[in-house]
Structures are given as C-alpha cells and as structure tokens.
Design a protein around this ligand. Structure first.
Ligand SMILES: Cc1cc2nc3c(=O)[nH]c(=O)nc-3n(C[C@H](O)[C@H](O)[C@H](O)COP(=O)(O)OP(=O)(O)OC[C@H]3O[C@@H](n4cnc5c(N)ncnc54)[C@H](O)[C@@H]3O)c2cc1C
Length: 473
C-alpha cells in the first residue's frame, strides 16, 4: 500500500525527516502539496510559492515522482486522498502557526479512525517549542536566556541527505500549477522579484555556500548597514522550507571550524537564526499575538486611522529618505533589509501612530519572506508591545538612523532615484538643502520628492504622550 508524503513548509528533499521516514518504509510514495484555500497568501509569497513548487516538482521528477497538487482544506484533502489512493500512512513535517496546529489535531485522529497511520516530524526547527523550557518549566519570554538554552543543546542532529531513490506511487489526479494563478501575468509587477530571487532548494543551498564563503566574515560588523551585502538573504528560502535551520547550523559550524576568521560572524549569524526559533516559540505559546498585543495594555493604545499617511508610507513617499528607500526596496524586490524594517516600522507605529497590524498586513502582502511568526513578532518588537521588545519610548529618529547606517546615502540613492544626485550632507534631510543644491540635484521639493509628512520631533512628543495614556506601560 502506498504512503502519502504531504509537503507543507518544507519544500525540499534534503534534511526532510518526513520524506526520509516515508522512503524508509520501502512503500510507494505519493507526494502531495495542498494550496490551503483558507490561507490568503500575499502577492509576493504567491510568486515565490509558484517557483518553489516548480523547483520541487522538477527535483522529484528527476527521481520519477510526480508532485500531486490539490487545493482546499488539508483536513478534507488528506483523508480523501488517503481513501482514493488506498494509502496506509501519511507523513508530514509539523508547522507551528495556530491554523496548522488545529489542522494537525483534527487530522491525526481522523486518519487513525480510518486505519491510516499519521506520522509527523520536526523539519523546521533546531528544537521544537516543547523541547525548550525555562528552569521553572515554562516558555521563554526573553531572548538571551532562550538563546543560551538553545545553543547549549548544540550540536544538533546532523542533516539528512536527500534520498537517492524514491519509489513512485501510481499517479493520481492533480491540479496544474498554472491553474492556481499564483503568478499573474497581467499586470506583471514581478520584474524586480525575478531579477532578485530564484526560489528552490538548489538556489537556497548555493546562497548559503556563497554567504559562508564570503559575507559571513563581515556579518557581525556590517549586518546593520543596508547598502552592504553582508546578510545571508536566506529568509524566503527558510520560510518555504527550501533549506532547514539544521543544514544552516551545520554548514556555519563547519565554516567556523575551517576558517577561524569567520568565528564572530558565524556566532552573530547563528544568534539571528535563533530569533526565528524564538519567534516561533512565542507564536506557539501565545497564538493570540497574531492579532493582539503580547502586552495587553497595548491593545488600548490610542492608534490613529489615517489612510493618507498609511498610503504615503506604503508607497515610500513619507519625505524621510531612509523610510522611503526601505518601502521601495520592499515594493520592487519583495525584501527589506532588517535595519530598515525596524526604521520603517517604527516610523509607522510611532511617528504616524498607525496600528502595527496595518504594517504587518502590508509586509505580509509584499515580502517574499512573509512569515507569521517573524513578521508579527518583528512588528510587536518594534511597537514595544511584544515579548522582550524594544521599549516604546525609544523612538527611532529616521534622520539619525539614516546618517548612522547609510552615511553616504548609497542605499537611498539605489532605491529613491529622484534623490540620487543629492549632496551627501543633505541626503537624509533634503528639506534642509539650500535651493541651489536642490536645483543642482534636479529636485523640486513637493513635486519630485515630498516634504516630510510629519515633523519627527513633534511626532515623537505625540507618541510619548499617547504611550503615557495606556495603563501599566
Ligand atoms: C517589522 C519587522 C518585520 C519582519 N518580518 C519578517 C518576516 O515576515 N519574515 C522573516 O523571515 N523575517 C522578518 N523579520 C526579521 C528580519 O528582518 C529578517 O528575517 C531578515 O531581514 C532576513 O534577511 P536575511 O535572511 O538576510 O537575514 P540574516 O541576517 O542573514 O539572518 C539569517 C536568518 O535568521 C532569521 N532572522 C534574522 N533576523 C531575525 C529577526 N529579527 N527575527 C526573526 N528571525 C530573524 C531569518 O530567518 C534570516 O533569514 C522582520 C523584522 C522586522 C523588524
């Protein structure tokens, strides 16, 4: 009897524990992917998913296996396919968001009731939320002790190799990927994504190798400078599971061993990777953080609904160059540098007083690495409402942040072309440039580039006054 291997956020063949276990049964395998009709994926994520499924289907095809595509709710599709294919077992890797957990809790008994065994594995984390507890047995709320506890458990199990051979089950009816319309041709807004990214397991592994061969040695010092290519850009590959954290950990440790000069970079990089684990840990233990503040007082924060400001922020037309550069990098490439994510997010929630949920939703629509745990966690961190978050009263000054982390304005010039010729003295504060300097740079204030939509000093005071109004802050 065949077994079903249900791919979820683990679109890879190497270090895929569910796949390895399914292959080890010696049975024929039906490979399945379900497009969840309850999950409204953002545009950039849909673009990525299409590419990732194409790559996975090709990798499986080389082993003679067809990827079966179905659309609907997993809780309906999985048992139905098991009946249809007379499968004896279903294998999958666990996910940790509230919907996936609820699905798993329904699926396992439903399959068991019809005599199909359900076997699930950890393919997404170094350690699962249940494996890491504080000394008093509870979940971690602070990152540094979480990181210490995680690192203390290293080395982790060695990554599994991709199975050389997979016994293919008889083909079953499948949707065509193109019929899912994940990549819309009209309008074709994805040119920047195509230029920047290549989804798939092969590219994920190549990107890791390129990073560990070079940029990692800069990582500890340069990871905050958005004009420098010092970070791994593995986030979308990690989100879709084209690479696993165990593979990354093992390769980074090997690099540290082989090239001692990378030691600081590797340490800082693995610590960031642990933030992903921490975010998932928090989401698992506090699923309410998707919609609500982790610190409940923040649910009473006097947020402002201002569609005009929100639109200016989304379009990168706030008049603050570093914020605008970030928002435009996001729109064109589906990515934004981490330092700039913090600056742009802070501007929305503190300078504009707009609810972090609006920002999180825009990011989820436009980021190729949009990830519920990391994104909601990131937004709540910036807003000050999250676990171990930045204190609310620490309001980022977008001018000083820009001057510190993009001193020459290279990042701004790259993403805000209308400021490209502006003298570096004014690149972060164009409103202070004398008319002759603006004229030389071809800038007409308010026409080619907007005046600041709020005055930062006043906005900061307003934010602090709003913060003072909430209880227990
Ligand atoms: C407001 C806001 C929203 C964010 N939304 C997302 C999101 O939707 N998806 C996402 O993957 N990350 C998100 N992040 C975290 C971080 O910005 C990205 O993970 C990082 O910029 C990805 O680039 P990289 O792969 O080059 O990172 P690297 O610096 O190379 O780090 C390696 C990996 O570690 C993980 N990581 C790094 N920093 C963080 C962090 N602060 N929190 C959690 N994981 C981290 C990522 O998986 C990343 O790929 C957000 C941060 C903020 C402030």
């Amino acid at each position: 009897m065949p077994v079903i291997l249900w791919f979820r956020q683990d679109l890879r063949l190497a270090d895929n524990p569910a796949l390895t276990a399914a292959v080890e049964t010696g049975e024929e395998i039906i490979a399945l992917y379900i497009l969840d009709t309850d999950n409204t994926l953002g545009g950039a994520s849909r673009w990525w998913l299409h590419g990732s499924l194409e790559a996975l289907a090709a990798d499986l095809g080389r082993r003679g296996v067809t990827l079966t595509l179905r659309r609907g709710r997993a809780t309906d599709i999985v048992p139905a396919l098991a009946r249809e294919a007379k499968a004896s077992a279903v294998f999958w890797n666990r996910c940790y968001d509230p919907v996936a957990i609820a699905d798993d809790e329904k699926l396992a008994p439903a399959l068991a009731a019809s005599g199909v065994s359900a076997r699930s594995f950890n393919g997404a984390l170094l350690l699962e939320p249940s494996e890491l507890k504080t000394d008093s047995g509870g979940p971690f709320k602070v990152f540094t002790p979480f990181w210490r506890a995680l690192a203390a458990q290293a080395p982790f199990d060695a990554p599994l190799p991709a199975p050389k051979k997979i016994r293919a089950g008889s083909p079953v009816p499948s949707d065509r990927l193109a019929s899912w319309g994940l990549r819309s041709a009209k309008p074709d807004w994805a040119a920047g994504l195509r230029e920047t990214w290549k989804p798939g397991e092969t590219e994920a592994a190549a990107r890791l190798t390129r990073f560990l061969d070079g940029p990692v040695s800069l990582y500890a010092e340069a990871r905050d400078y958005p004009a420098v290519a010092a970070t791994s850009r593995l986030s979308p590959h990690l989100h879709f599971g084209e690479i696993s954290p165990r593979q990354i950990w093992a390769a980074a440790e090997a690099a540290r061993h082989a090239m001692p000069r990378t030691a600081n970079g590797v340490e800082a990089f693995l610590r960031e990777l642990a933030w992903r684990e921490f975010s998932i840990h928090l989401l698992h233990h506090w699923p309410g953080i998707v919609e609500h503040a982790w610190k409940p007082a923040f649910d009473e924060f006097p947020w402002v609904e201002d569609e005009t400001h929100l639109r200016a922020w989304r379009k990168g037309l706030t008049g603050y160059p570093i914020v605008d550069a970030g928002m435009r990098e996001l729109w064109t490439t589906g990515y934004m540098h981490n330092r700039v994510r913090m600056i742009a997010a802070s501007f929305l929630v503190k300078d504009l007083l707009i609810h972090w949920r609006h920002g999180a939703e825009w990011f989820e629509d436009t980021l190729v690495d949009a990830d519920l745990a990391n994104n909601r966690g990131g937004w709540q961190w910036v807003a000050g409402s999250g676990a171990d978050a930045a204190p609310y009263f620490r309001v980022f000054n977008p001018v000083l942040q820009g001057e510190k982390f993009d001193a020459d304005g290279d990042y701004i010039r790259r993403h805000v072309p209308e400021l490209a010729r502006l003298d570096r003295r004014f690149i972060h504060r164009p409103w202070e440039a004398p008319p002759s300097v603006l004229a030389d740079a071809g800038i007409v204030p308010g026409e080619t580039y907007p005046a600041p939509i709020v005055d930062h000093a006043r906005a900061r005071q307003r934010a602090l006054a709003a913060f003072a109004k909430i209880k227990g802050n």
